[in-house]
Design a protein around this ligand. Structure first.
Ligand code: DHB
Ligand code: MG
Length: 222
């Protein structure tokens, strides 16, 4: 098995099962042109997020890490007409571009991008006693994942689904001595997911983004 095969199969799955419309294609093209890193979820992963949101009946979704809004759109399209998605983005240029993309995709009525360091935005949402979210997708800088999870749990209810992206990082997450703060952050995040108030698992994936994976958890108690 090699990367070329994983990429080809991802392309086939995505074309067959998770075709992108013009709006999603434009997000990728314009994000790339604007110099954003090409680290979006793949189309079939976006569809997985969409399906998980639908299965869980999510009406309120929180995303940590907007980038250009690609996963945001897959998730927002899973919401009912009166649903709400809040996505948090550190970089104001990314946030601005993402807002344009959400508007072009027809989900600006449901999806809001909040700018700033997500630890601060999450703390503000907690302070504001924001209604709990039904599904939370954590996909920003990995060194802050432990804080993002701890704060997210304060914005959750019993039954909230918490999904983490990039829990494998080409296997580096297995290396306790790895000096990359993102790897250390992800290791701590996974250890936090083992707490008894969460029901969690993690799965490895291969595809056009290489070897990586997702965590999925259900909040059992606050
Ligand atoms: C990186 C971040 C991501 O969220 C991702 O899906 C892939 C790569 C990164 O920072 O390298
Ligand atoms: Mg990611």
């Amino acid at each position: 098995m090699n990367q070329m095969q994983w990429t080809h199969l991802d392309q086939w799955f995505s074309q067959l099962l998770a075709p992108e419309d013009d709006a999603l294609r434009q997000v990728l093209a314009q994000s790339h042109a604007a110099g954003l890193p090409d680290i979006n979820v793949t189309a079939n992963q976006g569809k997985l997020l969409h399906i998980l949101a639908r299965i869980s009946g999510a009406r309120r979704i929180l995303e940590v890490g907007t980038l250009g809004g690609y996963s945001t759109i897959w998730l927002a399209r899973a919401l009912p007409a009166d649903g709400q998605l809040v996505s948090l983005e550190l970089n104001p240029d990314y946030a601005k571009l993402a807002r344009q993309h959400l508007a072009a995709a027809g989900v600006a009525d449901r999806a809001t991008v909040l700018e700033g360091p997500a630890t601060q935005t999450l703390a503000q949402l907690i302070k504001d006693q924001t209604a709990p979210f039904d599904l939370i997708f954590i996909d920003a800088n990995k060194d802050d994942n432990p804080a993002y999870l701890a704060l997210s749990q304060q914005l959750a209810r019993v039954g909230t689904v918490i999904i983490g992206d990039n829990v494998v990082r080409q296997g580096r997450v297995l290396d306790a001595s790895n000096a990359d703060p993102g790897v250390a952050g992800m290791r701590t995040f996974l250890q936090q997911l083992a707490a008894p108030n969460l029901t969690s698992t993690a799965i490895q994936t291969v595809g056009s983004k290489g070897w990586d994976g997702f965590s999925i958890s259900i909040v059992e108690s606050a």
